[in-house]
Design a protein around this ligand. Structure first.
Ligand code: B3K
Ligand code: ZN
Length: 898
């Protein structure tokens, strides 16, 4: 594990003009022939050697310009193959042997249930052949795949198929040509016995594209939704970004063994089955939505990532942050925009804020790394997306589009940097780049979540509101003097009866043009200094009333908000804010306050056999506010109503306390939830009586919202009237018109330990044990039960005959659920949760370092815990670090250990 630095970037010594590969899949290995045409990079020194990467390759032959190379003519330095005698140009021919069957790391070429597939991002291509495996080396590829006709009737690679035919010995071949120069990380190869769903798409300029989704034959009935999502994404990208698809064929392959969600290889996406297969009988609404957004995300990479790629891996956010923003925009256009936004924000605040506040904090564009796979993080993806969103907010939709048009045009076929992106957005909008780019770059360079403090001075006599905003940033290691950031602040004013109009003094000093004008009832401010002031005049508030500030509408910047607004004001926002997102945000703030108050009041040890939470808590301000509006909202906007009853997650709450005692915080949260639900009992029953959950499945916004509402109602009932809830859950399971009903009912029975839970688990297993993705849910439901003994349950699941440690989905169904989604069990005071995860991380690391490293993140929270728990975790961290570890896990654990 060598550390690499952004500041050390140099151009590659050689460019590749053409890449030709022949991959021969043999009985117990694969042989890869490569013919690479090199030409010295014009900016590289004249005597610099040809340097290629290779890892785990058995070299069979090497020739330069047709002449076999002797051993002394080249050498290895780490995983770099160094050849000083290349001159200015030449052709390298190599032949290597690799072992796909033994590849359990699932990086490079591997075999999953008989299916050959590749995963090359970030640095997997070097496990397939010797190559300048870096994203700034782009080349056209021509690839021939040779395999056994019976076991591998389908042979795929990137681009268009230009030749295929039979060979002797029951073998056959296919040759694929990808005319678009690409870096090696976008290479893909698939071979196996696959069925295919085919469709067509006609692009805006009238070209016909063949669309194919390949799966195991038994999964063919689960591809329609992914296909529809793909077509919708292709149309959307044309309309929203002017981006058209550029090959004659677009293929997606579903793979059961996959380390993450999916991969955007040019023209040949490889997907985790969980992100492509969907059928009402086996997939929940959440699963359908995930498929839609991942299909879109990978498709959008065709422009943001593939046509314009990254100069080096430090620029990862350039493709990932921007593409996440694009897929969030797409999803907002499919169902409810407000709900999409608040789900994205809840996720960001729970997970990315925690990362940014803990030992794994790093800038959106990191400055160094040991293992790049460790930097596919929430900060790069989600905070990266928030930066793109802020730029969109500040430039406006049209200005942003002008900017992205410029970015795609200027950088097409190139490997770009974050600076290129900012320059294009700024230049297309006539910004002074000397100020624009460096200022926005601060968001990419400075780690930690900023805090914006708001102070309001209401001058009743003049109907004038003076708003003072100030920003601060944590000074983190390596970043001692954070500079002020450009922070878009969308605000409104709310009176006793609703939105108020006001006038904002036109321009404030220190802000760029055009970002500071009143848009009626919604104002966009740009806070760019440490402290700034704005005056709203002519505030149309009723006499005697004081306007309430609605801040950071739609979460216009990824910051912590410090605003001492009182509970009654928040309740007003819950009732009357014209911004749906901020109604939810106000409810979350109120809930957070009430939960934290109870947390402080509860004795330590509560929630873990200690003193129980108040059984009949007095209703709070939130309960009152919701009692007034929720029944009507459940009719008018059921999707938002559901979200208003989802209290902040433990992960988010953990960030708000000094010392995190998970079972006690969970108990406090449950108590507030019961108080909020109590006044709504009759409404919940009415909702359930409508029977919406048992109607036939349609994937449509209204239907999804109705099912979510029914589920929320039943969850509420489970807290208030468990027996009644158990009866309804049993009915849902017995009728089971679709997996959304079945899964909701099962989770409810198991998580609340209601009558019939065990029998339901058994029946569910019987019914679904041959459907891997459903079985994953069965494992996950048990491992995520918020109770201490879920640790024993997880232990038993690991020993279950259906557990398979080589399938990442199955591993995550138990261990990620326990470690990330079940704080009550994972942080059990006796340390058994920590011990289980530590032992598993060590074991998994020997096979699959990427998976193990990701799991190691569960310990990132440890500094927030009490002293006793910290001691337990420290013991495991030190013991792991003292043993044999992959560079991946070693880097993650040492950063966590600090
Ligand atoms: N680009 C891939 C992620 C690759 C992860 C490598 N460890 C999927 C995506 O973000 O679209
Ligand atoms: Zn991506």
């Amino acid at each position: 594990g060598r550390k690499v630095y952004l500041k050390d970037y140099t151009v590659p010594n050689f460019r590749v003009l053409a890449t030709e590969l022949t991959v021969e899949l043999l009985a117990d290995c694969a042989e890869v022939g490569a013919r690479l045409t090199f030409s010295r990079h014009p900016e590289a020194p004249a005597d610099a050697p040809l340097v290629l990467s290779g890892a785990g390759l058995e070299l069979l032959s090497l020739a330069w310009n047709g002449r076999a190379l002797a051993d002394g003519e080249w050498h290895w330095a780490d995983e770099q193959w160094v050849f000083p005698g290349a001159g200015d140009e030449g052709v390298l021919e190599t032949r290597v042997r690799i072992r796909p069957d033994a590849n359990l790391a699932l990086e490079g070429l591997y075999r999953s249930h008989g299916l050959y597939c590749t995963q090359c991002e970030a640095e997997g291509f070097r496990k397939i052949t010797l190559y300048p495996d870096r994203p700034d080396v782009l080349a056209p590829f021509r690839v021939t795949v040779i395999g056994d006709k019976a076991s591998c009737p389908v042979l795929l690679a990137n681009g268009n198929c230009v030749a295929r035919g039979d060979l002797e010995g029951g073998r056959h071949f296919a040759t694929w040509e990808d005319p678009h120069p690409k870096p090696s990380y976008l290479f893909a190869l698939v071979a196996g016995d696959l069925a295919c769903l085919e469709d067509r798409f006609v692009t805006a300029s009238g070209r016909e594209v063949v669309l194919q989704i390949f799966t195991a034959p038994e999964d063919q009935d689960k591809c329609r939704h992914a296909m529809d999502s793909l077509k919708a994404s292709m149309r959307w990208d044309e309309e929203k970004y002017g981006c058209e698809y550029d090959l004659d064929i677009y293929m997606i392959v579903a793979v059961s063994h996959f380390n993450m969600g999916a991969m955007e290889n040019k023209g040949l996406n490889v997907f985790n089955t969980s992100c492509v297969l969907a059928h009402p009988a086996t997939t929940t609404d959440a699963g359908f939505q995930r498929v839609e957004s991942v299909v879109a995300h990978e498709y959008f990479h065709n422009w943001s990532g593939n046509r314009v790629t990254c100069r080096d891996w430090f620029q990862l956010c350039l493709k990932e942050g921007f593409t996440v923003f694009r897929d969030q925009q797409f999803s907002a256009d499919q169902l409810s925009a407000a709900v999409q936004r608040l789900e994205d924000v809840a996720f960001l605040r729970t997970h990315q804020f925690a990362e940014d506040a803990g030992p794994l904090a790093h800038p959106v564009r990191p400055e160094s790394f040991v293992e790049i796979n460790n930097f596919y993080t929430l900060t790069v993806y989600e905070k990266g997306a928030e930066i793109a969103r802020m730029l969109h907010t500040v430039l406006g939709a049209e200005g942003f589009r002008r900017g992205t048009d410029r970015y795609f045009a200027d950088n097409d076929g190139r490997a770009a940097t974050v600076e290129d992106f900012l320059d294009a957005l700024g230049a297309a909008n006539d910004r002074d780049l000397v100020d624009w780019t460096p200022r926005w770059l601060r968001w990419y360079r400075q780690p930690g979540t900023p805090t914006v403090r708001a102070q309001v001075d209401w001058r009743a006599d003049r109907r004038e509101l003076v708003l003072t905003l100030s920003q601060s940033q944590p000074a983190l290691a390596g970043h001692p003097q954070p500079e002020p950031l450009p922070v878009p602040v969308r605000v409104g004013l709310v009176g006793a009866e609703g939105e108020l109009t006001a006038r904002l003094a036109a321009r404030q000093e220190g802000t760029p043009d055009g970002t500071n004008e009143a848009t009626g009832r919604d104002f966009l401010l740009l806070l760019s200094e440490r402290e700034q002031q704005w005056t709203f005049s002519e505030v149309a508030v009723a006499a005697g009333d004081v306007p309430v500030l609605s801040l950071f509408r739609d979460f216009s910047a990824p910051v912590n908000i410090d605003y001492a607004c009182d509970d009654a004001d928040l309740a007003r926002l819950v009732r009357h804010d014209g911004n749906g997102f901020n109604r939810w945000a106000a409810a979350q703030t109120l809930a957070t306050r009430e939960i934290l108050a109870r947390y402080a009041a509860l004795a330590a040890g509560a929630g873990e056999g200690g003193p129980a939470a108040d059984a009949d808590p007095a209703p709070g301000v939130l309960a009152d506010a919701l009692a007034g509006i929720w029944p009507a909202l459940a009719d008018s906007d059921p999707a938002l109503a559901v979200k208003l009853l989802e209290l902040p997650s433990l992960g988010y709450l953990a960030e708000q306390v000094d010392v995190y005692d998970p079972p006690r915080l969970h108990a406090a949260r449950e108590a507030v939830l019961a108080a909020v639900l109590q006044p709504l009992l009759a409404t919940l029953r009415d909702i359930l009586a409508r029977g919406d959950m048992l109607r036939p499945y349609h994937y449509a916004a209204d239907d999804i919202a109705a099912r979510a509402l029914a589920r929320t109602a039943l969850d509420g009932l489970a807290l208030l009237a468990p027996d009644e809830a158990a009866g309804i859950a049993a009915e849902w399971l017995a009728t089971s018109p679709h997996m959304t009903a079945e899964q909701s009912a099962l989770t409810l029975l198991v998580h609340h330990r209601l009558a019939g839970a065990d029998a339901a688990l058994q029946r569910f297993h019987q019914r679904w044990r041959h459907e891997a993705l459903v079985l994953d849910q069965w494992f996950a439901t048990q491992a995520s039960r918020p109770a201490a003994d879920a640790v024993e349950a997880a232990q038993a699941l690991l020993a279950h005959p259906d557990f398979d440690a080589t399938v990442p989905n199955r591993v995550r169904a138990v261990l990620t659920q326990l470690g990330m989604n079940n704080p009550v069990a994972f942080h059990r005071a006796d340390g058994s949760g920590y011990a289980l995860l530590a032992a598993q991380i060590r074991e998994i690391d020997a096979r699959n370092p990427q998976l193990a490293s990701r799991l190691s993140g569960v310990f990132g929270i440890w500094r927030k815990l009490d002293a006793a728990r910290q001691t337990l975790v420290r013991g495991h961290l030190d013991a792991l670090l003292a043993g044999t570890l992959s560079p991946d896990v070693r880097e993650t654990l040492s950063r966590i250990r600090g």
